[in-house]
Design a protein around this ligand. Structure first.
Ligand code: NAP
Length: 448
């Protein structure tokens, strides 16, 4: 083992020791450390200043009680989190996730990824993430409102447009952001639009924010394909999930001439050979908050599969857009066997490390989430710009900025991969270029 490798192993051992049981966080750190050997070898100043050790330790972690009263008058108690990971490039920025699986290890994995993702956008935003083990599914609007108000009653003291700017993630969409913003405004007596992003268009939100993560993922894929002299027109795709990211990824694929033949939720997946009917999907998921079975019931020719994997459906391009570790090595092997040549992570860390290795061995073009799904946070930063200048941009202008940012991220990853002699390795390129941007700022700021 070289000196550099043993240094990185020692850092990883320390992360395991200090963050026991936080397996998703360990996985996210491992993936980044695996890319950093060549950078440390060329730039010993990063190791001398212990930049990696500092990046792996959040600047601040907040855990709090969230008590509220449900529709039956019962007192419920949840746990709230906000991890302010790194502010070298700007205020902490990253979403809130409301899902029963949320615990510190999930919030830290997401916050850690967010540091590098935000750096890759080229915009002045640091990394953070938060959430709660509350499940909005099946709750009335009144219950969701009371939960959000209680959550913000503690969170408000830690956030602000120059400090920390949360947004949505799984289980947190426009409705939840509205309740959170209302409570922040009420407590602080300030109309501080820039404190949250993903707001409604009529009260400080940005056009294209809702669509941005899904659209951005597809812009990234389009750019990868362009390098091979191809496009999405006529391609067959599978997209997992049917939430915010999945729906708008499907929309952009359809606009660019591709056909999405399958999507999913946690109850199963739908195969619709004629192409997913987007208007019906939006009606079922965004308006009615229904299940995939509701889609199939109204769509002749579509079928629901409740046992098995969506990745068994043959496709040329796969976009995992649901949740972490949803695509295993055996799923990856099935995709490769069926002719898939491009995979882009719309979700955060949806592919297991073994799955990523399968793609790499098979020469599949693979875009990691921190690059491919950065369009959401990038457009959040555009929302902050509009809030700061008390302006609102047109749809065309905002989408053109998003497109430009995603192609910029693609080029940043591609050139770092080339510079470090691994052309086409977007994982390496994303980790190295994101890391260097953050590390250089940290060196400039001294030991803090
Ligand atoms: P969302 O609107 O809550 O949708 C999540 C979707 O994934 C739902 O359809 C959900 O189904 C499905 N899902 C969850 N677990 C699943 C499983 N095990 N198998 C199949 N489907 C499953 O959340 P989202 O905002 O789209 O976020 C999706 C992913 O993208 C997350 O990893 C998130 O961190 C990442 N991301 C989001 C943004 C953003 O701007 N929203 C930005 C960057 C990255 P159920 O309804 O049945 O649970």
């Amino acid at each position: 083992m070289t000196t550099t490798q043993s240094r990185l192993e020692a850092i990883y051992d320390l992360v395991l020791h200090r963050n026991a049981g936080e397996t998703e966080f360990h996985q996210a750190v491992r993936e980044v450390l695996d890319s950093l050997g060549p950078v440390i070898a060329r730039h010993p100043e990063y190791a001398d200043a212990r930049v990696i050790e500092r990046i792996c330790e959040p600047e601040r972690q907040i855990i709090f009680r969230v008590p509220w009263v449900d529709d039956n008058g019962r007192i419920e108690i949840h746990r709230g989190f906000r991890v302010e990971f790194n502010s070298a490039l700007g205020p902490y920025k990253g979403g809130l996730r409301f899902h029963p699986s949320v615990y510190l290890g999930i919030v830290k994995f997401l916050g850690f990824e967010q540091i590098f993702k935000n750096a890759l956008t080229g915009l002045p935003i640091g990394g953070g993430k938060g959430g709660s083990d509350f499940d909005p599914k099946g709750r009335s609007d009144g219950e969701v409102m009371r939960f959000c108000q209680s959550y913000m009653t503690e969170l408000y003291r830690h956030i602000g447009e120059y400090t920390d700017v949360p947004a949505g993630d799984i289980g947190v969409g426009g409705r939840e952001i509205g309740y959170l913003f209302g409570q922040y405004k009420r407590i602080t007596n300030r109309y501080e639009s820039g404190v949250l992003t993903g707001k409604g268009i009529g009260w400080g939100g940005s056009v294209v924010r809702k669509e941005a993560t899904g659209y951005g993922t597809v812009f990234f894929v389009d750019e990868m394909l362009r390098q091979r002299g191809e496009g999405l027109d006529g391609k067959r795709l599978v997209v997992s999930g049917s939430g915010n990211v999945a729906i708008y990824a499907i929309e952009k694929v359809e606009q660019l001439g591709g056909v999405v033949v399958a999507c999913s939720d946690s109850s199963g997946y739908v195969v619709d050979e004629a192409g997913i009917d987007l208007e019906l999907l939006k009606q079922v998921k965004e308006v009615e908050r229904g299940r995939m079975s509701d889609y199939v019931a109204r769509r002749p020719g579509a079928r629901l599969v409740t046992d098995g994997s969506i990745w068994d459906v043959p496709c040329e391009v796969a976009l995992p857009c649901a949740t972490q570790n949803e695509l295993s090595a055996s799923d990856a092997l099935a995709l490769v066997k069926n002719g898939c040549t491009v995979v882009a992570e719309g979700a955060n860390m949806p592919c297991t490390p073994d799955a990523t290795n399968v793609f790499s061995d098979a020469g599949v073009l693979f875009a990691p989430g921190k690059a491919a799904n950065a369009g959401g946070v990038a457009t959040s930063a555009l929302e902050m710009q509009q809030n700061a200048s008390r302006d609102s941009w047109t749809h065309d202008h905002t989408e053109a900025r998003l497109d430009e940012i995603m192609r910029g991220i693609h080029d940043r990853c591609a050139s770092a991969a080339e510079e470090y002699d691994q052309p086409g390795n977007y994982v390496l390129g994303a980790n190295i270029s994101g890391f260097k941007l953050v590390a250089d700022a940290m060196l400039a700021h001294g030991v803090i």
